[in-house]
Design a protein around this ligand. Structure first.
Ligand code: DC
Length: 224
């Protein structure tokens, strides 16, 4: 039997990864965070000081891979687990910038399709429903207002040292939204056949329940 593929797209900070993790744990699917792949390429480019004009020819040497350890995704650069290293604001911005380069997207395309061919997945990103898995069984476009996304991020960071102020976080979110939506290759947009879920006024549990409802309604209980 073919695998079940659920595509989730949406802007940064809409809660895609947290909600998708909750849903995949409940439904027994593998959760794939494709943003981690773009972040890892960004880390590779920045650690090796690769100039833009050299990025394309450097990609075969990057050796980016996803591994699933106890059901959780880890991302590797060669033999090095970089899952935590890629979560800095600098890498967020660098990933947003370098993910616009067509050669970077092509390099990661096959990796994402292979995982979906071999596993039941909930895959999140920006172009999963539109480009990577155009035949996904269910497509969800998850969003929330920029202010609400910035507030959530601020609350998450406020306990940590050197927390940026709310206004800076909001500016970053607006800039990344703009980059992701206006690039020429695979811009962030809602697929025509995607269901829109706006989480601005929903809790995480309510958002996860809504997603489970949409998935089971479409895929059916028996294929969960
Ligand atoms: O989901 P994230 O914030 O970790 O993603 C980091 C960057 O990678 C984001 O700015 C856009 C890019 N990205 C992409 O272009 N396509 C994807 N499928 C996933 C992420």
């Amino acid at each position: 039997m073919s695998t079940v593929n659920i595509a989730i797209d949406g802007p940064a900070g809409a809660g895609k990864s947290t909600i998708a993790k909750m849903v995949s744990a409940k439904l027994g699917y593998i959760y794939v965070d494709t943003g981690a792949l773009y972040r890892t390429i960004a880390l590779y480019i920045s650690e090796n000081h690769i100039a833009d004009e050299d990025i394309e020819k450097s990609l075969p040497g990057a050796d980016v891979s996803l591994r699933f350890i106890d059901g959780a995704q880890r991302v590797f650069l060669g033999d090095r687990d970089v899952s935590e290293l890629i979560r800095t604001p600098e890498i967020s911005m660098e990933a947003s910038r370098t993910s616009a380069i067509p050669a970077v997207r092509e390099y990661l395309f096959g990796t994402q399709q292979k995982i979906a061919r071999e596993n039941n997945v909930i895959m999140d990103g920006r172009d999963i429903g539109t480009v990577v898995l155009p035949d996904a069984d269910v497509k969800i476009f998850l969003t929330a207002s920029p202010e609400e996304r910035a507030m959530r991020r601020y609350k998450e960071l406020s306990a940590k040292p050197n927390c940026p102020c709310y206004e800076d976080i909001l500016c970053d979110i607006i800039e990344r939204d703009y980059n992701d939506m206006h690039r020429a290759t695979a811009p962030l947009k809602q697929a025509e056949d995607a269901v829109l879920v706006d989480t601005t006024h929903l809790t995480l549990e309510e958002s996860a329940d809504e997603m489970i409802r949409i998935i089971t309604e479409t895929v059916g209980e028996e294929r969960k």
